[in-house]
Design a protein around this ligand. Sequence first.
Ligand code: F6P
Length: 319
Amino acid sequence: MKRIGVLTSGGDSPGMNAAIRAVVRKGMFHNLEVYGIYNGYAGLIAGNIKKLELGSVGDIIHRGGTMLYSARCEEFKTPEGQKKGIEQLKKFGIEGLVVIGGDGSFQGAKKLTEQGYPTIGVPGTIDNDIPGTDFTIGFDTALNTIIGAIDKIRDTATSHERTYIIEVMGRDAGDLALWAGLADGAETILIPEAKHEMEDVVQKLKRGHERGKKHSIIIVAEGVGSGGDVANKIEEMTGFETRVTVLGHIQRGGSPTAADRVLASRLGARAVELLLEGKAGRTVGIENNKLVDYDITEVLGRKHAIDEGMYRLSEELSI
Ligand code: F6P
């Protein structure tokens, strides 16, 4: 293998730049030429592809976002779109591809592999919802952004003796909500993986009030529904003054934490090693701090699960 490509796709996540840097530098360390594919699969179809040098990835390890830009591309879900993408890869003489992204990006990587094109998936998403890895690139940074925001909200919640509902991202996964709730001592954490009754949420709030606790933080994962609806329901059922904050895309930006930079560097470099070993259709990940890789079809067939022990702990600590 002489020439490889790298692209980022789907929702960006802090640390993607560090992963791109690792792919480029690890590739060049092994005398490969590395090409950047801009704007995800849409850029692949359009041939928006340029050779990257050592300097192309200088001064990006600490930056959020992705220097290769990202996109969600409907056309690449079709066989015609995939055919156009493979034609571009052949035109540029790119023999292997590293795809950094989430579930949707991995679906594209799987299709390329099925059509005989060696592709490796690197999990980059704030949602932490990819099986085959304990952590995805960007999760830790997003979590810290959420914690910073909740700490601030807690100040005003205390001053005004209000109940605060914080809606966080995560798509269908509750990891961001669960970890943030545990890290910030939230009274209640609502996640799609665990059933909840509003009556129980309200009873807990009331018990707190009776003990003299006049402010509360409730974290709602977007996969459960709207934080606004939860706030309305609580106000209606308790009469407690309630406010809602939807953290939104602020969770996707910012300088990656050290944990995300290190994870991204390790996973990006491992993806290049796999290509050099002649592997295709694999995902890289980290489990118990050890690098692992799995068949991409198998990973996509698995369902992500939350850490149930952590969820139980969050309940025990917020009685
Ligand atoms: O997958 C990352 C993510 O930020 C999810 O948490 C969220 O549901 C979604 O992307 C938002 O997508 P968009 O940026 O397209 O609105």
